[in-house]
Every structure is written in structure tokens, then in C-alpha cells.
Design a protein around this ligand. Structure first.
Ligand code: PNS
Length: 164
């Protein structure tokens, strides 16, 4: 059975991520989308919130599982017995960092390959940070994320305004 992992921050999951997930799910028997628990970053959403948003967004794709992990992606891949990492490439500006990451991962775990999927043109500009920024100023993010995610993002920012 072929399997792959798609690791990332997904803070929050965007339509660009979902495009990659749907296409990768067609290429592999099983795809695990896994949220990195990175204690050095202060994300908008907790790992549990991000996992739940991904579960909702991917509920109709039967061979996709959502998980989370801490530490090195290569160690997580080894632990889960997966040899393929999926990453999306939006533009040439992504390439240098992604290449470095793929090569580092292969150095750590020589059996590990990274498969790059080029993001569909309609989402080439899109990132989680763009979603957070537009929403933080009250802008419309309905083109960028699912309805559930948009609601959760606006709730975060309205909560922040009330608290701060
Ligand atoms: O969605 P992102 O933030 O672009 O995802 C980046 C991610 C999580 C794939 C990357 O930061 C990662 O793999 N982090 C885990 C630490 C690690 O393995 N680093 C070594 C590769 S350079």
C-alpha cells in the first residue's frame, strides 16, 4: 500500500492546502496530513484546533487521515513507516527553502523522498499568513478558506479585540 505524509503548520488550512491534499490523495492509497506542534512559534490556532479544522475540511476524502507531530519530520516519517513527504510549491520563491528541507530530510533519513506538487494557479498567491493578515483587518477571506475555517478565524480576531 502506498502512503505519504503532508506535514505543515496549517495555521489555518487554506484552499491551497486543500487543493494539494485532494491531488495527493489521488496519487497514494493513504495520505496523512500532519500538523507540526512547534513550541517556538506562537500560532493563531492550537494544534487541536488546526487538527479539527483539517478533519472537517477533509471529511469527504476517505483515504486522508489527520494527525499531529512534534520534532523532526524525518523522525515522524520513520516512526510512521512512511517514505514520501508531500509539499506544495507555489512559486520559485518557495523552491530554495523546500529544496533545502527535502535534502536535509533525506540526509537524516536516506529512504525519504519529497514529492512536490505545483499549487494550482488560482491559489498561487495564497498562504496561511495572508489569510491571517487579511482577516486581522476585517477583510473578506471567503475565497481563501472554507466557510468553517473563515468563521473560526474571524472568531479568533474578534476574541483578540475583546481581550486586548
Ligand atoms: O506549513 P509550513 O510551515 O511551511 O511547514 C513547514 C514544516 C512543518 C514542513 C517544516 O518546518 C518541518 O518539517 N518542521 C519540522 C522540523 C524539521 O524536520 N526540520 C528539518 C527540515 S529542515
Amino acid at each position: 500500500m502506498s502512503s505519504a505524509i503532508y506535514p505543515g503548520s496549517f495555521d489555518p488550512v487554506t484552499k491551497g492546502h486543500l487543493d494539494i491534499i485532494k491531488r495527493a490523495a489521488k496519487m497514494f492509497d493513504a495520505l496523512t496530513v500532519s500538523v507540526l506542534n512547534n513550541s517556538e512559534k506562537s500560532p493563531l490556532f492550537s494544534v487541536d484546533e488546526r487538527v479539527n479544522m483539517l478533519r472537517k475540511a477533509c471529511r469527504d476524502i476517505p483515504n486522508v487521515k489527520i494527525d499531529s507531530f512534534s520534532g523532526l519530520t524525518a523522525s515522524y516519517a520513520e516512526k510512521t513507516g512512511t517514505d514520501v513527504i508531500i509539499r506544495g510549491l507555489r512559486a520559485v520563491t518557495d523552491f530554495e527553502y523546500e529544496l533545502q528541507m527535502a535534502q536535509t530530510n533525506r540526509k537524516i533519513l536516506p529512504t525519504l523522498d519529497t514529492v512536490f506538487l505545483t499549487t494550482s494557479l488560482e491559489y498561487a498567491y495564497l498562504s496561511s499568513s495572508i489569510v491571517r493578515e487579511v482577516a486581522s483587518f476585517g477583510g473578506d477571506i471567503s475565497e481563501f478558506v472554507t466557510e468553517d475555517v473563515a468563521q473560526a478565524v474571524y472568531e479568533k480576531f474578534s476574541g483578540e479585540k475583546q481581550n486586548g
